[in-house]
Design a protein around this ligand. Sequence first.
Ligand code: MG
Length: 284
Amino acid sequence: MKFVTYFYQNKEAVGILKEEEKAVFPLPFADMDTLIQTSKENLQLAVKEAESSIPLVDVTLLAPIPRPRQDIICLGINYKAHAEEAERYSEEAFKKERPIPIYFSKRVTEAVAPEGFIESHPGLVERLDYEAELAVVIGKIARNVRAEEAEDYIFGYTVLNDVSARLLQTTNKQWYFGKSLDGFTPMGPCITTADEISFPPALHICSRVNGELRQDSVTDLLITSIPDIIEELSSGMTLLPGTVIATGTPAGVGMGFDPPKFLKRGDVVECSIEGIGTLRNTVR
Ligand code: MG
């Protein structure tokens, strides 16, 4: 199933995407966090009873979790080829012994809608960059989860663009600020439920800027796998339902090119993952 958050007739609502993704069937939950926390039985019942639909063209899709309750947990440098390009760009900022995972967080006051705008923050941000990522959405309280059981704790997956201000990221020696600006987290277009994707996910992931292919990889090339991430984090940190974990980006980000290809106003960035969909955002 594919769940979406959308805006229709001056209201935000959640629904299920059906009929070849041409219609949204509204569901009776206050928001996506509530939907995620609903028992499987109640969710199945609500899906079954959802009979009326709205044409997709009549709604505005929002990020599936527009206002995450907690910061997004991110993995840095989690694809081998991206590790190499980042190190070429700034050895001091990115060189790390591997495979110890790099965790950082990303504040998201409001996630950017699937067709929304990436903010360029003129005067503050130089070297604006994109990072297409597979994001895991946790479905139930996770504490001391073993890697073999990790799949049971995943509600679904979405696409996330971990927009980054490289100059802030490298000069601050700490990634939080340069990753957390307003308009830096496009997410969506939907959450595809875990039962629709084989585990661990081996999905084609790519990004394009103004139509030019930049990133092109598969999501099973992670240095630290999704089961290992969930096992390690939950060993000392409770993961609540609705937690979003961005699993890292493959090679082909702007800083990876020589000369670098950073974003500028007017650029259109598309991040796509097989089985989930495409985020298409314009830099303004
Ligand atoms: Mg990232």
